[in-house]
Design a protein around this ligand. Structure first.
Ligand SMILES: [Zn+2]
Length: 68
């Protein structure tokens, strides 16, 4: 079961996290990367920016992050 299914849906039916929790301040980090034309794949690097402390987080997608 994908922990990120709720609230994260993209046109191609592939879902990845759209927000993560900031490791530093516990705030909400929003996805700032755009979906590639071919869709998300494991190994893609997606960037998030924290709304509170503005830290940027680069996260490598794993198969567990991608739900279809
Ligand atoms: Zn933060």
């Amino acid at each position: 079961m994908c922990p990120f299914r709720a609230g994260s849906a993209y046109g191609r039916g592939v879902a990845i996290p759209t927000t993560i929790t900031c490791v530093d301040c516990g705030g909400v980090c929003s996805l700032i990367s755009y979906e590639p034309d071919e869709g998300w794949e494991p190994g893609d690097i997606v960037a998030f920016r924290c709304r509170d402390c503005l830290d940027r987080w680069d996260v490598e997608l794993t198969a567990e992050d991608i739900c279809d």
